[in-house]
Each structure stands twice: as structure tokens, then as C-alpha cells.
Design a protein around this ligand. Structure first.
Ligand code: HEC
Length: 269
């Protein structure tokens, strides 16, 4: 005889499993490609730094085959994680991955089929993008929202919270900072880390010192709108195109993070 409490537990776990939970274990690309039509694309390639022609499988088709519920996850703000053979695992917004023209390339069309990849230099060695290489048409090769991982092997999905929770503002910091957090993840995190979560093209902005602790607000505001007005040939793009309310929300997010510093192994001083 099953007790009511146990029944309830079973019921809840069934409901829990049926809800769209954007947390999917890695699926090898090898297991997805059977029966999918190949396409041919020409891209402006950031690795080879020239126009390249590839053959491969549409990324969106592979994602929908891997997880029929993937569009619902994208609407919840989930992240697509792209895991390479060596464990390097960049991620990008899942909705962007589904709507963009991404192709999981399997061969370079300017090479012989029996030797399908052109080697390129990585450090002291020469490597190729095999087994798979994610490329994008109609995307600038330096657009930080898109990832171009080579030696790609697996796809997985993770929730926004799992991926970025460590950089979330403290719960009491208000709606504007929370909105700024989303905007920061979208616009800034491809290049900047907060609490060591994010990219490394630009500096970490929270630990050990929060950027609002050593930049005056009005300079910070002006810098974000026009980095070149502070630093000649700045590598940071201008965010003058964002509405002022969005830039202010990002600033309130950065300010709120003073109260939540996570330095990992290094002490936060
Ligand atoms: C394409 C990469 C990139 C993106 C996207 C980007 N930044 Fe930057 N950012 C940089 C780089 C690189 C620097 C280093 C200084 C420079 O080159 O001017 C920098 C510097 C900064 C600094 C100065 C930090 C310091 O202490 O010197 C701030 C503040 C900053 N970025 C904020 C932002 C915010 C806010 C966003 C999003 C709205 C953003 N950045 C988006 C690349 C980026």
C-alpha cells in the first residue's frame, strides 16, 4: 500500500519531468546527423580569416532533432553549450542559435573529399577543425554573440540560472539591476567576466574590485556609450545604440554587484 505522501511525491516528480526544464545532457553530434540533408555555405571565416565554402548540417535542424522541446527552452532564455573534443565549451544564447543560420560543417569544399580539412596553426602545432566546425552565414566574424568552435563534438543545453547564477545580482537589488543583469549577459558577457563568469577579451568587472569602486559613474556612463572617446583604438565596441534606460540598467547591475563578490579560490579583498 503506497502512502498518500509517497503518491504526492511520485505525482510531483512526474509533473517536474514533464515541465520544460532547460537542462539537457550532452548529445554527440555523431548521433544526430543520420538522415539530415547536407547544405553548402560560404562564410567569412574568423579562423582562416578569409571567405570559405563548407558542407554541413543546419544547426537548428540538429537541435530540434536532439530535443523536440528546444524552442520552449529558448523562449525561457536557455543557453546552448558547444563542447569540443578537448573539453573547451563556449556557450551562446539558444534562441539566437535557433534563429541564426548556423551550419555544423563536416568538410571544406575546396579540399579533396578524402582530405577534407585545411590545417591551420594553433600555437606551435597545426590542427584541423575535425570532426565538426560550427560556422555562421550572414554574421560578422567578430560578432561576440556567435561562437565558432572547431573540433566540436557535442551539444547540450543549460538553463540561464545554471550558467550565469554566480553572476546574478543579490536578490534585494531591485528590478532595474535584475533587468541590467540580463542586458549585461547579452551585450557584455561575451567579452567581460563578473565573478569570473563570462569572456576574457575585456577585463573582469567585479573582483577583486568592482568597476564602480574605481570609475566615477559619469565616466563609466560615457565610456560605455563611446569607448573611443576615452581610448584610441579601443577594442570595445560602442554601446551608444542601446537605449539610455538599458545602459542605466546595466550600470545599476554593475553597482549592485559590489555587494556580491565571488573570487573562487582567490580571496576577495
Ligand atoms: C567585443 C568585446 C567587448 C564587449 C562586447 C564589451 N566590452 Fe567592455 N571592454 C572590452 C575591452 C577589450 C576593454 C579593455 C579596454 C579597451 O580596449 O578600451 C573593455 C573595457 C571596459 C571597461 C573599462 C574597465 C576598466 O577597468 O578599464 C568597462 C567599464 C566596460 N568595458 C564595460 C562594458 C559593458 C558595460 C559592456 C556591455 C554593454 C561591454 N563592456 C561590452 C571589450 C568589450
Amino acid at each position: 500500500m503506497i502512502r498518500p505522501a509517497a503518491l504526492l511525491l511520485i505525482l510531483f516528480s512526474i509533473i517536474g519531468a514533464a515541465r520544460a526544464d532547460p537542462s539537457a545532457p550532452p548529445v554527440p553530434i555523431d548521433s544526430l546527423i543520420a538522415g539530415i540533408d547536407r547544405v553548402t555555405v560560404t562564410v567569412q571565416d574568423p579562423v582562416y580569416k578569409t571567405a570559405k565554402r563548407f558542407e554541413g548540417y543546419p544547426l537548428a535542424t540538429l537541435l530540434r532533432k536532439a530535443w523536440p522541446e528546444v524552442d520552449a527552452w529558448a523562449a525561457e532564455g536557455a543557453e546552448l553549450v558547444l563542447t569540443a573534443v578537448d573539453g573547451y565549451a563556449p556557450s551562446m544564447d539558444l534562441a539566437r542559435a535557433l534563429s541564426g543560420n548556423g551550419v555544423v560543417a563536416t568538410r571544406d569544399l575546396d579540399r579533396a573529399p578524402e582530405d577534407p580539412w585545411e590545417p591551420f596553426a594553433k600555437g606551435a602545432s597545426k590542427i584541423t577543425p575535425a570532426p565538426y566546425y560550427l560556422v555562421w552565414t550572414d554574421v560578422a566574424s567578430d560578432d561576440p554573440h556567435y561562437r565558432w568552435p572547431y573540433k566540436l563534438a557535442q551539444l547540450s543545453v543549460t538553463s540561464f540560472g545554471q550558467r550565469y547564477g554566480g553572476a546574478a545580482p543579490p536578490p534585494a537589488s531591485g528590478e532595474r539591476a535584475q533587468r541590467g543583469f540580463r542586458l549585461f549577459v547579452q551585450n557584455c558577457m561575451p567579452c567581460h567576466a563578473v565573478n569570473q563568469i563570462g569572456g576574457h577579451t575585456g577585463p573582469e568587472l567585479n573582483v577583486p574590485k568592482n568597476v564602480t569602486e574605481y570609475w566615477a559613474q559619469h565616466h563609466l556612463r560615457a565610456f560605455i556609450a563611446a569607448p573611443e572617446s576615452y581610448r584610441l583604438r579601443s577594442k570595445m565596441p560602442s554601446f551608444g545604440h542601446l537605449p539610455e534606460t538599458d545602459r542605466n540598467a546595466i550600470l545599476s547591475y554593475l553597482g549592485a554587484m559590489k555587494k556580491r563578490k565571488v573570487c573562487g579560490d582567490a580571496p576577495c579583498r
